[in-house]
Design a protein around this ligand. Structure first.
Ligand code: ZN
Length: 226
């Protein structure tokens, strides 16, 4: 019996997942077999990285295909332990084409404070990431973490911090989900360095309103803060 998806599409998406994994690994975002990457294959199926494999050394023919509705494995080896988190995102947001979960060090350091990231610090982060929800700690690899992540998502969410755990970034492509992870990591580094300096200037309400107006009117992007 043939596979229930086009093999050419599987090959090209899987190759891109390998490239994204290597870029994450080179930047030190995933030690050991940390992290997982997925992308939609079609409305009903996703491709996701296998469990226990370094993101810097993956094979395009070793990816897993999983059903979005019930999480069952259609093709490939044992999928990532956090597949339920990915599936919760795809079920909640039909516009999302790719999801990345990582333990990128600065973002994870901030997530381990258990506090929400401060807002109104840097204009790029406000424009490109917007509000970043913090999901309170839940045991990894459980349905509870997936449910909490799905609940935290709004139509505008680009990135989420998982308390005492790591990050989730989403996008309309693998490239966008990776770019958002890189921006989140860079923003967390900035906030941590400001914390070390002991000083942090917040944009004023008028400056924030101006920025959000630019985001909405010039860029056509929504934001949770209206
Ligand atoms: Zn994790």
């Amino acid at each position: 019996m043939g596979l229930p998806f086009p093999i050419d599409l599987y090959d090209s998406i899987s190759s891109e997942i390998c490239r994204v994994g290597e870029r994450m690994w080179r930047q030190g975002f995933c030690a050991g077999s940390d992290g997982n990457i997925s992308a939609r294959l079609d409305d009903d199926l996703i491709i996701i990285t296998p469990s226990g494999v370094s993101k810097g050394d993956m094979r395009a023919d070793g990816m897993c295909v999983v059903r979005v509705d019930d999480g069952s494995l259609i093709h490939g080896p044992h999928p990532s332990s956090e597949r339920a988190v990915h599936l919760a995102v795809y079920r909640a947001r039909h516009d999302v084409e790719a999801v990345i979960h990582s333990h990128a060090p600065r973002s994870t350091a901030w997530a381990c404070t258990g506090e929400p990231l401060p807002e109104g610090i840097h204009p790029e982060a406000e424009l490109l990431l917007g509000r970043i929800p913090l999901v309170p700690y839940v045991t990894p690899g459980t349905g509870l973490l997936a449910e909490a992540t799905g609940r935290a998502l709004t139509p505008h969410t680009a990135a989420i911090l998982l308390g005492s755990h790591g990050t989730v970034t989403v996008g309309d492509s693998l490239e966008t989900a990776l770019a958002r992870l890189e921006m989140l990591e860079s923003y967390c580094r900035l906030v941590i360095e400001l914390s070390l300096l002991g000083r942090m200037r917040r944009l004023s309400d008028a400056e924030m309103a101006d920025l959000l107006r630019l985001k909405r009117e010039t860029w056509g992007m929504g934001d949770d803060r209206g």
